[in-house]
Design a protein around this ligand. Structure first.
Ligand SMILES: Cc1cc2nc3c(=O)[nH]c(=O)nc-3n(C[C@H](O)[C@H](O)[C@H](O)COP(=O)(O)OP(=O)(O)OC[C@H]3O[C@@H](n4cnc5c(N)ncnc54)[C@H](O)[C@@H]3O)c2cc1C
Length: 502
């Protein structure tokens, strides 16, 4: 079976309950049966909070979760994100045994390639963080690289990092496995129930209006993926998210494409490769993504867009240059599907500033499979204790300013969100899109004085002053991709503002 188009796995799994009338009151409602909602429901239930109702407008996993490439890793660019990711990797390793469902977890490792001096520094930094958190790592020699990935050329490689415990998982099956576990602990699950409105009284959520009636509750958790922004708006709550296309293609069969091949991350060339059934799956994190308005995303589940071969062509050429077998094999499947992005490419989690019993876990910027277990656990604890148990500052939904919820701004910014993951995360790196939206009255004067501006919460502020020839070398993701020779400077001091991929 083609694992990525297996759309039937959740059908009738919960038929014992799915036609019962909805309860009139529950303690907690989780909206969204993707991997995030399923994980939150599971972690709430194991913590003893089992008066929970999970509502899904289609079937479990039919939003963005089903078509993910399923790459999971134990390491990220910061200590906080690494801890969350590592929890997820360990969790997925046990999910099949816990749930009794085949989740196709393949612990093949991952190999991240550096093609510039700056990227070597970035990977070494990430290696340090991983080592501190007990994530196994190996810095590869040329021979070891060739041994692990004989299909890839070594030309242009400046360094490579192996994370031997990384791998990939079937994301749809993992979603259902989490839901099944939550259900076994008492969570009620209803597929084909759409929430139309969040009901509030004053500053509190009191329930939800669904297409099958009202359910009252003490708290609501929005885990509706790219639909979260508009549903939150029904209660006057701002969650800045916008959808963009995300692409992966699959080759025809290739001799040497074996399950043991580590996931290959060619960060400087904006793509990843993993094995799938004797073929290679190539996914793009292109610098110029294609934003999509919500109205353009089909709402009846398993949404896909038309293939965009032309848009994919530059990434394809790079991948074929590194793995020549791809060009002779050709590709037989193009998957183009929506994922949601936030203005700074970090996700949006936690209690909203507008309503104290309304929580959010959305906008996963193409990392929702990696973080689902970790965020499910942390959000469940946050909901129960009323306070985050981890350093939530980089992902807290309350970090955004209200004007960042503007659709024009979000659309402009989302063009960059996808590529941000694999971009070179230079110190002081700034987003290039959606700039100059909010400026102080002194902006012009500061510019005259030689200010170099950076953005904080959508507002422009002077980062430093100086004539251009005296400024520290400022580079961008694009420079890095073009093989800039600019010194990476002290990445270790600055790089942690970005939750980057390795
Ligand atoms: C092509 C592609 C490849 C990817 N590869 C990876 C990868 O390798 N690794 C990784 O970590 N991430 C990857 N991602 C990202 C990952 O798939 C997402 O971050 C993740 O699935 C988001 O999960 P979610 O639960 O937040 O959203 P969703 O899966 O979209 O779930 C939200 C659910 O809410 C439901 N819903 C919406 N509105 C309502 C409503 N009003 N009432 C009731 N229910 C509602 C929807 O039907 C949906 O099922 C990839 C994404 C794409 C598109």
């Amino acid at each position: 079976m083609d694992r990525l188009v297996d759309r039937t796995v959740s059908a009738n799994m919960f038929t014992d309950t799915s036609h019962d009338p909805l309860p009139t009151h529950v303690r907690t409602i989780v909206i969204g049966g993707g991997i995030i909602g399923a994980s939150i429901a599971y972690h709430l239930s194991v913590a003893g909070e089992n008066d929970t109702l999970l509502l899904e407008s289609n079937v479990l996993g039919s939003g963005t979760s089903w078509h993910a490439a399923g790459l999971v890793t134990g390491a990220r660019g910061t200590t906080t994100m690494t801890k969350l990711a590592k929890y997820g990797l360990d969790f997925y390793g046990q999910l099949e045994q816990m749930s009794g469902l085949d989740v196709s977890f393949q612990r093949c490792g991952s190999l991240s390639v550096a093609r510039t001096a700056g990227r070597v520094d970035e990977l070494l930094y990430a290696k340090d963080v991983a080592d501190q958190q007990g994530v196994r790592t190996e810095w590869l020699t040329e021979d070891r690289y060739k041994e692990l990935w004989p299909l890839a050329t070594y030309s242009g490689v400046a360094g490579a990092l192996l994370l031997p415990d990384d791998g990939h998982i079937n994301p749809g099956h993992a979603t259902v496995a989490l839901a099944k576990l939550a259900h076994s602990f008492g969570t009620q699950i209803r597929e084909n129930v759409a929430v139309l409105k969040i009901l509030r009284q004053g500053d509190l959520v009191v329930g939800v209006l669904t297409d099958q009636g009202i359910v009252h509750c003490d708290r609501v958790i929005l885990a509706c993926g790219l639909w979260t922004r508009d549903l939150a708006a029904t209660a006057g709550v701002k969650v800045p998210l916008y959808a963009a296309e995300h692409i992966h293609v699959r080759s025809a069969e290739i001799s040497g494409a074996v399950p043991e091949l580590p996931v290959y991350r060619d960060l400087d060339n904006s793509y990843y490769i993993r094995h799938e059934a004797g073929r290679l799956l190539v996914g793009a994190f292109e610098p110029d993504g294609l934003p999509r308005a919500l109205e353009e995303v089909p709402s009846n589940g398993f949404a896909e867009f038309e293939p965009e071969w032309e848009h994919f062509a530059p990434i394809r050429a790079k991948a074929e240059g590194v793995v020549p077998a791809l060009s002779s094999a050709g590709f037989d499947r193009f998957l183009n599907a929506p994922e949601s992005f936030t203005p700074d490419a970090n996700f949006a989690v936690g209690e909203t500033s507008e309503l104290s019993n309304l929580f959010v876990a959305a906008g996963f910027n193409s990392q929702g499979i990696i973080f689902a277990p970790g965020i499910g656990k942390e959000l469940a604890e946050w909901v129960i204790s009323g306070t985050p148990g981890f350093d939530s500052s980089s992902v807290d939904v309350q970090r955004f300013s209200g004007h960042q919820n503007n659709r024009k701004y979000l659309k402009a910014r989302t063009k960059e969100g996808l590529g941000r993951l694999y971009a070179m995360h230079w110190p002081n790196l700034q987003m290039e899109t959606g700039r100059n939206v909010r400026r102080t009255p002194l902006h012009g004067r500061l510019a005259e004085l030689g200010a170099c501006f950076g953005e904080v919460n959508g507002g422009e502020r002077a980062n430093w002053y100086g004539a251009p020839e005296h400024l520290p070398p400022m580079t961008t993701a694009m420079d890095a991709r073009l093989g800039s020779t600019v010194s990476p400077r002290n990445i270790k001091r600055h790089v942690r503002v970005w939750s980057f991929s390795i």
